[in-house]
Design a protein around this ligand. Structure first.
Ligand code: AMP
Length: 282
């Protein structure tokens, strides 16, 4: 695996590879890698001839400074993990490489309209602007043929798809990979490392609450099942931001289900200081 820290160096290397006709797959991450990330790397290795992974804990997407400070960093382990996974290139930029000193941070603003006013957009103001600020820059540096994202961050996938449309970063295929879970159902996440033993024991309740919605779904009004799912989470010690059913294509919340519309159930909740999110396509 080749490790690059400078965007000029990785650009030069990838340009040469593209000229040889190699197809580039890109897996952007914030590190603290786990088997969920690995599933994206593996998919890229199946589809493309060069897999690039980036590790960059992006300060502009954290609306809560203490969440940023406590974000797990396990870089030595991550490098070994990526080598074992057969990743070809790791891009590991410093903050100044992505956000050069003196550059005005308000340079980009993306209009995501409704998408940014609900769920993660509502509870983490500015989060998606930060995600897209870094994603735009990373895509511009790597210019991949394929981009690999996890369904674990359902709304983020929609926002990044929109970013690619707005900015004309096409042609680019976006591949959304299924959520990789622990045997007890908990969606793998770097933030799970921050759970203590007791919290870890409770954490699968979020997946169970989503499954409760899925298993009890019926035509008509869905308020009661959402309320029960939320109450189940609270009973397990969660502080619920939201647990909702929404149209899978638009993310408009759905209270009255016609029995046909494709739905996604989404949840975000805190276990003490750690905020977990998950979703289930229904
Ligand atoms: P992160 O490092 O959390 O920013 O995640 C980097 C990429 O990995 C994003 O596209 C995530 O959606 C994806 N990802 C994170 N956790 C999982 C998981 N459990 N299963 C599949 N993809 C995941």
């Amino acid at each position: 695996m080749i490790l690059f820290k400078k965007k000029s160096d990785i650009r030069a290397c990838l340009n040469a590879m593209k000229q040889e006709g190699r197809k580039i797959g890109f897996v952007p991450t914030m590190g603290a890698l786990h088997p969920g990330h690995l599933s994206l790397i593996e998919r890229s290795r199946e589809d493309t001839s060069i897999t690039v992974c980036s590790i960059f804990v992006n300060p502009t997407q954290f609306n809560d400074p203490s969440d940023f400070e406590k974000y797990p960093v396990t870089i030595e382990k991550d490098i070994l993990f990526l080598e074992a996974a057969g990743c070809d290139i790791l891009f590991l930029p410093a903050v100044e490489e992505i956000y050069p000193a003196g550059e005005k941070p308000e340079k980009e603003h993306y209009d995501f309209g409704y998408l940014e006013t609900i769920f993660e957009g509502k509870y983490r103001p500015g989060h998606f602007q930060g995600v897209c600020q870094v994603m735009h820059r990373l895509l511009d540096i790597v210019k991949p043929g394929n981009l690999y994202l996890g369904q674990k961050d359902y709304q983020q996938c929609m926002v990044i798809t929109r970013l690619i449309e707005i900015t004309g970063l096409l042609p680019l295929n976006t591949i959304i990979c299924p959520t990789f879970r622990e045997p007890d159902g908990l969606a793998m996440s770097s933030r799970n490392m921050r759970l203590n033993q007791e919290e870890r024991g409770k954490a699968p309740a979020i997946y169970k609450a989503l499954n409760y919605i899925k298993d009890n779904l019926h035509k008509g009004n869905l308020q009661a099942i959402k309320q029960t799912a939320s109450a189940n989470l609270s009973a397990n010690g969660f502080r619920v931001d939201y647990i909702e059913t929404a149209d899978a294509a638009t993310l408009q919340p759905v209270d009255e289900w016609d029995g046909k519309q494709k739905l996604v159930a989404l949840a975000a909740a805190f276990l003490n200081e750690v905020r977990l999110i998950d979703n289930l396509l229904i």
